[in-house]
Design a protein around this ligand. Structure first.
Ligand SMILES: Nc1ncnc2c1ncn2[C@@H]1O[C@H](COP(=O)(O)OP(=O)(O)O)[C@@H](O)[C@H]1O
Ligand SMILES: [Mg+2]
Length: 423
C-alpha cells in the first residue's frame, strides 16, 4: 500500500506536474550565475581595451573640476565599439567626484533614439537640472528657455552627452544642436558643454558646418574590436555570468571569432555568449558546447530578420505579403501577378495602391534586404518579366505576418486574381 502511493507520487512528480522540474532550483545545476551581466545595458567596472579612450575623454572633461568649460567632443564609431559604455563610465566617475566635492557641476547622459523627439530631449535636459516641465503642451522654445534659465539661476555647469545624436538629426535636423552649441553666448551664469555620440560615420556630412565645427572641437574615434580584444572582453564578463566549469576558453574564443568576423561588435559577441548559454541551459546541458553557439547564431540571425521585416513600411509589407499569398496558393510569381495581388490587398484594406513603378522599386529593396530574389526572364515576343522567388523559408516570413496586428488576418485570404489562374 505504502509502496503503491509512493509510486503514484513519483509518477505525479515526474510526469504529471508540468512545472516540477522548472520550479525545483535546489537540485538543478544551472549554467548561469548571473545572466544580466551579459545584457547590453549592464555597465561593467572594467572596460578592457578602452582605457585610452576613457583617459582621452577624461582629459578633455577634467577642466570642469576647476570650473572651466571643457571643449565639446564628438565621438564616433560603429555600433558595439564601446562608445556608450565609455561615456557612461566616465560620466559616472566624474559625477561621483562632483558630489564628493560638492561642485556646481553635472554630467547628463541622454540617449536621443530612446528620447525620440527634440521635445523629449529638452524635457529630459530640464528634469536633469531640476526644472519641472510638462510632457507636452509647451513650445520647444519655451522648454529650451526654461533649461537656460534653470542653468542660469543655479549657476550650474553641465556636460551633456547626446548619445545616438545622428538619429535625432536625421529626423529633426540640427536645430537643437545648433542652439545648444550657441547657448553659452547668452548665459552669464552657467555653462554647457556637449559630448555628441554617433554610430553613423557619415553623420558629419549631415551637419551645418558651423554646428560641426563647434561640436567637434575634439574628436574621439572608436575602431571595431579585434577577435583577441573581444576575447578579453568576453572572458571578464563570462567570469561574472557563468557558473564555474560551464564555459571554456574555447567557447569564448569561438564567440569572439564569430563576432570579429562580422563587425568587431562587442554587443553581438555578448549576445552570442548569452544566447548560447540559454540554449545550453534549456537543453539541460552541463556546459556550453560548440553546437549551442551554432544554434545561438541561428537564433540571433532569425531575430534580426524578424526585426528587419517587422519594421518594414506598410506598402513593402503588402508587396511581400503578395509574394507569400502567391506561393501559398501555388502560383508562379511574376511582377505582373504580384502587382495585381498587391492592388487587391490595398483595396481590401481601403488604402490607395502605389504605382506599378513604385512597387517595383519596393521589390528591389526587398531584394537588397535578402528577402527575395528577382530574375529577369524573356517571354519571347511578349517581352520580358521579372520572376520572384522567396529566399527566406516561407514559414519564417509567415511568422512575421502572424505577429502583425493588421496583416495577420489576411494570411488566409485567397486573392481573386490567383483563384482564376488556379482553375
Ligand atoms: N571594452 C569593453 N569592455 C567590456 N564591455 C564592453 C566593452 N566595449 C563594449 N562593451 C559592451 O558591449 C556592449 C556594446 O557596447 P556599447 O558601449 O553599447 O557600444 P556602442 O555604444 O559603441 O554601440 C555593451 O554591453 C558594453 O557593455
Ligand atoms: Mg551606443
Amino acid at each position: 500500500m505504502n509502496r503503491e502511493s509512493d509510486f503514484q507520487w513519483k509518477v505525479w512528480g515526474a510526469r504529471l506536474d508540468p512545472l516540477s522540474d522548472l520550479l525545483s532550483t535546489s537540485s538543478k545545476k544551472t549554467i548561469f550565475k548571473n545572466r544580466n551581466v551579459l545584457r547590453s545595458d549592464y555597465l561593467p567596472n572594467n572596460l578592457p581595451h578602452r582605457w585610452e579612450h576613457i583617459r582621452q575623454l577624461g582629459e578633455i572633461l577634467a577642466p570642469t573640476l576647476n570650473n572651466t568649460r571643457p571643449s565639446n567632443v564628438f565621438i564616433y564609431g560603429k555600433t558595439g565599439t564601446g562608445k556608450t559604455a565609455v561615456v557612461k563610465y566616465t560620466f559616472k566617475r566624474f559625477n561621483e567626484e562632483t558630489i564628493r566635492n560638492n561642485l556646481p557641476l553635472k554630467f547628463i547622459y541622454i540617449n536621443c533614439r530612446m528620447a525620440g523627439t527634440e521635445y523629449r530631449v529638452l524635457t529630459e535636459l530640464c528634469s536633469s537640472i531640476g526644472q519641472k516641465v510638462p510632457f507636452t503642451g509647451l513650445s520647444k522654445a519655451e522648454v529650451f528657455n526654461r533649461f537656460v534659465s534653470g542653468l542660469s539661476s543655479s549657476n550650474l555647469m553641465v556636460v551633456v552627452c547626446l548619445d545616438e545624436v545622428d538619429i535625432l538629426v536625421k529626423n529633426f535636423g540640427d536645430d537643437l544642436l545648433y542652439e545648444l552649441t550657441r547657448v553659452n553666448e547668452s548665459l552669464n551664469n552657467g555653462q554647457v558643454a556637449l559630448v555628441g555620440v554617433s554610430n553613423d560615420l557619415m553623420f558629419k556630412n549631415m551637419l551645418d558646418p558651423r554646428v560641426l565645427s563647434s561640436l567637434s572641437e575634439e574628436e574621439i574615434v572608436f575602431h571595431p574590436y579585434t577577435a583577441s580584444e573581444l576575447m578579453d572582453i568576453l572572458s571578464e564578463r563570462a567570469a561574472l555570468a557563468f557558473n564555474e566549469g560551464t564555459i571554456s576558453q574555447d567557447i569564448i574564443a569561438l564567440c569572439a571569432a564569430l563576432a570579429a568576423a562580422e563587425h568587431g561588435d562587442a554587443r553581438r559577441a555578448l549576445d552570442l555568449l548569452r544566447v548560447a548559454g540559454e540554449v545550453a541551459e534549456r537543453a539541460g546541458a552541463q556546459k556550453v558546447e560548440e553546437k549551442h553557439v551554432r544554434m545561438a547564431q541561428g537564433i540571433i540571425e532569425r531575430g534580426r530578420v524578424f526585426e528587419a521585416l517587422s519594421s518594414l513600411p506598410l506598402h513593402s509589407k503588402l508587396v511581400l505579403l503578395s509574394v507569400v499569398l502567391a506561393i501559398k496558393n501555388g502560383n508562379e510569381i511574376t511582377s505582373g501577378t504580384l502587382y495585381t495581388v498587391y492592388k487587391e490587398l490595398c483595396e481590401l484594406l481601403g488604402i490607395e495602391p502605389l504605382t506599378d513603378r513604385r512597387t517595383s522599386s519596393l521589390l528591389s529593396e526587398l531584394n537588397m534586404l535578402g528577402v527575395l530574389d528577382c530574375e529577369l526572364v524573356s517571354l519571347g515576343r511578349y517581352g520580358r518579366t521579372r520572376k520572384v522567388f522567396l529566399t527566406l523559408p516561407l514559414d519564417e516570413v509567415i511568422g512575421v505576418f502572424e505577429k502583425d496586428d493588421v496583416l495577420s488576418n489576411m494570411l488566409g485570404y485567397v486573392p481573386t486574381s490567383l483563384k482564376k489562374r488556379n482553375t
